[in-house]
Design a protein around this ligand. Sequence first.
Ligand code: NDP
Ligand code: GDP
Length: 328
Amino acid sequence: MSKRALLTGITGQDGAYLSQFLLDKGYEVFGVIRRSSHRGVEDHRLRWLGVADKVTLIDGDMSDLSSLVRIVKEVQPGEIYNLAAQSFVASSWRQPILTANITAVGVTNILEAMRAEKPDARFYQASSSEMFGLIQEEKQNEKTPFYPRSPYAVAKLYGHWITVNYRESFGMHASSGILFNHESPLRGIEFVTRKVTDAVARIKLGKAKELRLGNIDAKRDWGHARDYVRAMWLMLQQDKPDDYVVATGRTTTVRDMCRIAFEHVGLDMNKYVVIDPAFYRPAEVEVLLGDPAKARAALGWEAKISLEDMIKEMLDADLDRVRTAASL
Ligand code: NDP
Ligand code: GDP
């Protein structure tokens, strides 16, 4: 199989870590990049990891089938990782149709491009634990019924099922990774872990006085993106395509995650955290807890980085950024 990979969403958190992982394994890495008037900043995550000059970026958009067909034809990848999405749950209520176009129909666009131009490639779909939403079982595995609670989760559910459908309809090597929340110093600043580590760094360095949060009783099964991109790759190395839950098997409240961050710099969170209903969601996913037993047994995968170590790594990176006034 050709060691040539095509990533949509290469400029995002997972795209950056997966690029680094694949380059270390000797792959040629190609990525789809959206046209932007801000040329030069879109690849900041790839630069942060020192891999921007080692990947090839090609203009395209998930909503433009013609661009995806052209890219797959040109690159002839052995593996396609579909990571692109409007990925922020809260925004999906404000932009539900865009979320559907990119996060749902975009999956069919890239599958169609693959079917037309490289049907023997292997395909990875970035599915999400948000699909479990209003959880139907205490620990969620591949057989747990879905109950999406946001336009984002509804769109992801479409992406998941169209991937399963193309596998069953056309015999494509298409796998879906149902990944639970995963974070890193490269996580978008709007997600709660990074919002917390950025704010704690600012408070510690005297640049902010408070941290405004929504529902801090929500619980998530948080892992590290560096661990999770390894699971994506492992799925595509299997003879048969399949679906896998990727999680740590531990769930923590936003409150406790926050406490870990404040304690790392010797501060008491109760003095700084303000609850702001503006951050409540129209429908909430109260708790997620994944069961990664199948990934462990079939892929030999397990999470190696603890929540505590990850929060420390994120906080140290944010302290550096705030000290040097670097933006990310
Ligand atoms: P990010 O939000 O960091 O990255 C999203 C990527 O999608 C960016 O590269 C973005 O480009 C790209 N993108 C958005 N819209 C388009 C478009 N119209 N055309 C082309 N590219 C587009 O997400 P993550 O890296 O955190 O997540 C990767 C994938 O995994 C996503 O699909 C996400 O929904 C899913 N997922 C993530 C989880 C997590 O906890 N991180 C959990 C489960 C699933 P640009 O840089 O130009 O904005
Ligand atoms: P999600 O699981 O993909 O929605 O990831 P987020 O990091 O955006 O949110 C995780 C949980 O934190 C959700 O239950 C949010 O409601 C909760 N949360 C509480 N306060 C905030 C906040 O200020 N911002 C975000 N993004 N989430 C918050």
